[in-house]
Design a binder for this molecule. Structure first.
Ligand code: FUL
Length: 461
């Protein structure tokens, strides 16, 4: 019998077919990217040496002179903080390239740093690849230095050559970040840029002014409370067959660790965000299903400033301590409905720590609940949910309830779940916890549930 079912199901021991995917679903690259959750942005360039956010393209390249550059320190810090990727500014709006491009003359080769042989990207890329972080590159379309900028076709050709340099010299590159700032009214060959990236680095995701990763819409690190991964993308997308296609388009929240400063400023330390602010940003980005791209700008030494580094690592330690123990794995978990009563889709899948398994329900069922039971009370103040994204995003409303004095009491509620939803609650004691999916666009498919107690460190200022 099992053998027959195995044959019928194409190799899987299951009697019931999985639900059809609902709407657009992530590509494997998007899903892997979403699962990293947290990345570091490093703005480093000629601005670093002028206490300015946007220099105008006239600063002398000789002023780019880090005294103790160590790209590995950036990557090691990101890794220690639990980040999965790091994005470097190869060229910002001022047009100065921190890698030895063969295009133009406004780049590291014109600086006395390491006798004109320095290469920021080389060291950061090598360290990323060695330590297992995904490397991303920021290449500003807006260029305030390059005389070719006034001649769009000539500039496009140069820009594509630079993209090709970055994607081949520092391969593999996982994300290309196209900033829209300053570009109002300028016509770029976006289709040509995208086609080149797809050809040279098919696994690279194109972010912001691009079809794969969406800007969350602010620089405060805050995602909206209802966050969908499916959006209508209006940019030109090669091969998409139209400009208003609905596609999987996950959000990235970019935010600087020093308020308002993407580049290092010698007098900027008072802008360093507090532990409490950074934790809040984490919960309001990752905790709402977006990715968090936190900018830590290297200083004039070419190192992450000590206070910023310590602040980041402190936040990372606190988060690791909050989330290291998921007490849901010790609950008895049951569900109001299990698809075909098949154990392939059982409630227990939400606590098995396996992203490939999930709990789901019969076709047509849009409301369902999971019940977590313990023999005695547990104390928790964080509840985490994740949908199984390979089947598309489905949940539109949910509630967390606890059984108390003879009745169910709602302690948290929300709309979308998506990649992840973390609720912060007052410290709650209960032996029965119910996760209610109260509405969905298609039968819910939940991959993971977590119950945690926040580290005392979360009360740090
Ligand atoms: C903005 C830029 O203008 C800032 O300088 C910074 O690069 C930020 C990430 O994007 O649009």
């Amino acid at each position: 019998m099992i053998a027959l079912l195995t044959l019928l199901a194409g190799g899987f021991v299951t009697a019931v077919a999985p639900p059809e995917p609902f709407g657009p679903v992530p590509t494997p690259q998007q899903l892997a990217w979403q699962r990293m959750e947290f990345g570091m942005f490093c703005h480093f360039g000629i601005n670093t040496f002028h206490n300015e956010e946007w220099t105008d393209g006239t600063k002398d390249p000789k002023t780019f002179l880090p005294t103790a550059f160590n790209g590995r320190q950036w990557v090691e810090t990101a890794k220690e903080a639990g980040m999965g990727y790091l994005i470097v500014t190869a060229k910002h709006h001022d047009g100065f390239s921190v890698y030895p491009t063969e295009e133009g003359d406004y780049n590291v080769k014109a600086s006395p740093w390491r006798d004109g042989k320095g290469d920021v990207l080389r060291e950061v890329a090598d360290a990323c690849h060695e330590l297992g972080l995904m490397l991303g590159v920021y290449l500003s379309p807006w260029d305030r230095h390059d005389p070719l900028y006034a001649n769009p076709p000539a500039y496009d050709t140069r820009f594509k050559t630079m993209l090709k340099e970055l994607l081949t010299w520092y391969a593999p590159v996982g994300e290309v970040w196209f900033d829209g700032a300053g570009s109002e009214g300028h016509v770029y060959d976006w289709n040509g840029y995208y086609a080149l990236i797809r050809e040279v680095a098919p696994d690279a995701l194109i972010a912001i002014c691009g079809p794969d990763i969406r800007w969350v819409g602010n620089e405060d690190g805050l995602a909206p409370d209802t966050l969908w991964n499916v959006h209508e993308v209006t940019l030109p997308i090669p091969g998409s067959g139209g400009s208003n296609e609905k596609r999987w388009y996950p959000s990235e929240c970019d935010v600087p660790i020093r308020k308002g400063q993407w580049f290092y400023h010698t007098d900027g330390e008072s802008n360093l965000r507090s532990v409490r602010e950074l934790l809040d940003i984490y919960y309001r980005s990752v905790g709402l299903g977006a990715s968090l791209l936190l900018n830590v700008s290297p200083d004039r030494r070419g190192l992450l400033p000590d206070p910023d580094r310590e602040r980041l690592l402190e936040v990372a330690r606190i988060l690791a301590s909050t989330f290291h123990y998921n007490m849901a794995v010790h609950a008895h978990v049951s569900a109001s409905n299990v698809r075909g009563n098949d154990k392939e889709y059982a409630a227990g899948n939400v606590t098995d720590n396996n992203p490939d398994t999930y709990w789901t329900v019969n076709d047509g069922v849009l409301q369902a609940s999971l019940l977590l039971r313990y023999g005695s009370d547990r104390e928790f103040d964080r509840v985490m949910l994740q949908e199984h994204l390979p089947l598309g995003q489905r949940v539109t409303a949910h509630e967390i309830q606890v059984y108390e004095a003879g009745g169910w009491k709602t302690v948290a509620s929300g709309t979308t779940v998506g990649y992840k939803r973390i609720h912060r609650l007052p410290l709650t004691k209960a032996s029965r916890i119910r996760i209610q999916i109260t509405d969905a666009l298609a039968p819910p498919a939940i991959e993971a549930i977590g119950l945690y107690k926040a580290s005392v460190g979360e009360n740090t200022e």
